[in-house]
Design a binder for this molecule. Structure first.
Ligand code: SF4
Ligand code: SF4
Length: 80
């Protein structure tokens, strides 16, 4: 299992493509499906290639991407 989990909050994304452009591993692409705001959001086309460098998270102007430690994710309280 990977130590981190890369997450994109699709409905926060405005499809600017900054994260796609800066990813050194070409993990991300722009989806052909619109989100609730009517934008084409980024998605992980090749998640297995992610090295969790956080560059995409830092660049995203809408803070739509985050990387969570799997151990911390497991410790998060459930939404129920
Ligand atoms: S964390 Fe790094 S390798 Fe992974 S998608 Fe973001 S920029 Fe690409
Ligand atoms: S940088 Fe942020 S807002 Fe722009 S496409 Fe990527 S996730 Fe979406």
């Amino acid at each position: 299992m990977k130590p981190y989990n890369h997450q994109i909050e699709t409905n926060r994304c405005k499809g600017c493509g900054l994260c796609v452009a800066v990813c050194p591993k070409h993990v991300l692409e722009i989806s052909g499906k619109v989100n609730v705001k009517g934008y084409f959001p980024a998605f992980q086309a090749r998640p297995e290639d992610c090295i969790f460098c956080t560059t995409c998270c830092i660049m995203c102007p809408d803070v739509a991407i985050r990387i969570v430690k799997e151990s911390e994710k497991a410790a998060e309280p459930s939404a129920a």
